[in-house]
Design a protein. Structure first.
Length: 197
């Protein structure tokens, strides 16, 4: 059985591929939007991770007729009342870079002692027209300076609980073994295995 991953984020695609490797998920072949020739822009106009994940998965399901899943993720910072949250991608403005987002975040948290934050992923799976959601979350703290070069997005400023290095200072294997994305995908693979899809 094949599953399309509805994302234009190449970092996510590479993490998803590493997580769902043939060793632990050998019954499913993951296809990218490029693989199926889908190049339309999908407008993510939802106000929750669930809504945006479903918009992406359902749009591609309807266009391709293939079973499909999408990931919508965000960084939720306690001292900012959960911002940037669902708006994490464009926090510093339309077409902004990851570095600009991190700079804005550290600026907003300047002199703020409460550094607590969490990453959350919602995976929406559209399987034979039916919708299923899976959630993954990891708690941590926002550093005062960016560090590390692996990963993407807010990885250089996020230090997961129990560690003293950022996600961007970890190997991809290390991040992918504990991340929000891994936790959501574990639930999806458990569901698929249980239902013998
Ligand atoms: P798609 O919608 O095409 O999947 P996207 O980058 O727009 O790609 P999101 O809408 O889920 O994805 O945006 C989430 C943003 O949150 C993303 O651009 C990053 O800045 C950040 N983000 C998500 N997962 C992350 C992770 O594992 N590590 C660091 N930052 C992450």
């Amino acid at each position: 059985m094949e599953l399309v991953f509805a994302s234009n984020n190449k970092h996510k695609l590479s993490e998803i591929s590493e997580i769902l490797n043939p060793g632990n998920f050998k019954n499913y072949k993951i296809k990218s939007l490029h693989d199926i020739g889908f190049y339309d822009e999908i407008e993510e106009n939802g106000t929750t991770l669930e809504q945006n994940a479903l918009i992406k998965a359902m749009t591609v399901y309807k266009a391709s007729g293939q079973n499909c899943f999408a990931d919508d993720s965000g960084l939720f910072v306690n001292a900012l009342n959960g911002r940037p949250g669902v708006y994490s991608a464009r926090y510093a403005g339309k077409n902004c870079t990851f570095a600009q987002n991190n700079e804005k975040l550290l600026g907003e948290l300047k002199n703020e002692p409460n550094r607590k934050a969490f990453f959350k992923t919602i995976v929406a799976l559209v399987l034979n027209g039916e919708i299923h959601y899976f959630e993954g979350k990891i708690e941590g703290n926002i550093s005062t300076l960016p560090s590390g070069t692996t990963g993407f997005g807010y990885d250089p400023v996020f230090i997961p609980d129990g560690f003293n290095i950022s996600f961007a200072q970890m190997t991809s294997e290390q991040k992918n073994s504990i991340s929000h994305r891994r936790r959501a995908l574990n639930k999806m693979t458990e569901f698929l295995n249980q239902n013998k899809v």
